[in-house]
Unconditional design. Structure first.
Length: 114
């Protein structure tokens, strides 16, 4: 079993920045990703990073968000710049292991508002 704990959410004005962190309880070879859910909408993929560091982003965050990982500390990050009100959502961290196990964090709220 792996626990994922997100942190770093909060309230910020449009154009501001936040850095989300997701700490895993143990080191597992895995693909890590960030997802978000806006009230009334389905959860959507924001960014993915493989164990080797290959990254993919949803079109709506390209050029603004950066995903990274620190394998030594079992942590994945999401640097969010140029935030927009439409980025307001609960952000979730996800781990998919090489064996196909799927873990989610509890989510962290991001509010972008003036």
């Amino acid at each position: 079993q792996v626990q994922l704990v997100e942190s770093g959410g909060g309230s910020v004005q449009p154009g501001g920045s936040l850095r989300l962190s997701c700490a895993a309880s143990r080191n597992v070879l895995s693909i890590m990703s960030w997802h978000r859910q806006i009230p009334g909408k389905q959860r959507e993929l924001v960014a993915t990073i493989t164990l080797g560091g290959s990254k993919n982003y949803a079109d709506f965050v390209k050029g603004r968000f950066t995903i990274s990982r620190d394998n030594a500390n079992n942590t994945v990050y999401l640097q969010m710049n140029s935030l927009k009100p439409e980025d307001t959502a609960v952000y979730y961290c996800r781990m998919v292991t090489g064996g196909g196990l799927d873990y989610w964090g509890q989510g962290t709220q991001v509010i972008v508002s003036s």
